[in-house]
Write a protein that binds this ligand. Structure first.
Ligand code: ADP
Length: 320
């Protein structure tokens, strides 16, 4: 358990020693020990490196029964200030409280001298981002299948007053059975009441809702997740996010004016366009709520039986 994340030790050594210590610490943090023992005596064996984000590195971890997990590993040396510490504790608290078939399951959390470990259900088949990279575009039946799972998970989050705030293709993973699991609760927040608004500017450029860019004036709420669902649906069907540009400022200008189109050489159905148009409404109150999304006409179209692993390497498993 991680109620106490000790701050990094204060440094009183000389500059040269300090540098060496820093290098050693950095090397240690990059590769956590091969065996991690928890406070209650359980041993986990570290396996392959899985990936890294802005904050954490992820490794496979095996328990003594051979069960494999993903360990999100955060170096204590990187938890420099109170704000970062509070953010990590908040991510842990929120993620720990969630249980849903389409949310990465939180297993345990522990620490040693150098790292904090968040043990998660393993998602060995990467994320929707890698799927889109290999497939370029995804068929409508498959996207429909993915959307039902994503909307179900967000419905659960919103019913518990949790806003994810960083929904994007790279944060939606495949489990071994190719079911989708939403992960990374690093920017999630719990609203004290349904009418509370949040004012922190956060998210990932291509996925940020216009009211988040409005910052202090407007505030934001659950509708930012609905906006991000619209971005993901568009990206999967068209092949790239709607406001994509090299320059981040250009992306923000386009978002603020909802300046996007549907390319003629990548046709999608009218019912898909109608749903995307509503999800990407400039005014958040004009967007459907998470409970309304599945009633759209587009969801009456065909579904694949099951997305199997073939869909990862270029063979669509949809029906069209
Ligand atoms: P950060 O908070 O630093 O952005 P993430 O939660 O996005 O960290 O995780 C970083 C990377 O670790 C991901 O991009 C992915 O490659 C890998 N990863 C995260 N969670 C899992 C998981 N449950 N199973 C497998 N790999 C994972």
């Amino acid at each position: 358990n991680v109620e106490t994340i000790a701050p990094p030790p204060s440094n009183t050594a000389k500059p040269q020693q300090q540098k060496k210590k820093k290098e050693k610490l950095s090397a240690l943090c990059k590769t956590p020990p091969s065996i991690v023992r928890t406070r209650n005596g359980r041993d986990y064996r570290r396996g392959n490196f899985l990936g890294e984000g802005g904050f954490a590195r992820c490794f496979q971890m095996k328990d003594s029964s051979g069960q494999i997990y993903a360990a999100k590993t955060v170096a204590k040396a990187s938890i420099k200030n109170e704000k970062t510490k509070t953010k990590l504790l908040s991510e842990i608290k929120i993620h720990k409280s969630l249980k849903h078939a389409n949310i990465v399951n939180f297993i345990d959390c522990f620490e040693d001298d150098v790292n904090v470990y968040i043990l998660l259900e393993i998602c060995p088949n990467q994320s929707l981002m890698e799927l889109l990279k290999t497939r370029k575009r995804v068929s409508e039946p498959e996207v429909r299948f993915f959307m039902v799972q994503i909307v179900g998970a967000i419905k659960y989050l919103h019913s518990r007053r949790v806003i994810h705030r960083d929904l994007k293709l790279g944060n939606i993973f495949f489990d071994p059975d190719m079911n989708l699991k939403i992960g990374d609760f690093g920017l999630a927040t719990v609203l004290p009441s349904n009418s509370t608004r949040k004012y922190t500017i956060c998210g990932t450029p291509n996925y940020i809702a216009p009211e988040v860019l409005g910052g202090k004036n407007t505030g934001h709420s659950f509708e930012v997740d609905v906006w991000a669902i619209g971005i993901m649906m568009y990206a999967l069907l068209v092949g790239k996010p709607p406001f994509q540009a090299k320059d981040v400022q250009v992306i923000y200008e386009r978002i603020k004016k909802t300046e996007y189109g549907f390319p003629e050489d990548k046709p999608i159905s009218d019912s898909a366009k109608a749903l995307i148009k509503d999800l990407l409404s400039l005014n958040p109150i004009h967007r459907p709520t998470i409970d309304e999304i599945l009633s759209y006409e587009w969801f009456k179209g065909p579904f694949p039986e099951k997305t199997h692993e073939l869909s990862l390497n270029g063979t669509p498993s949809g029906l069209d």
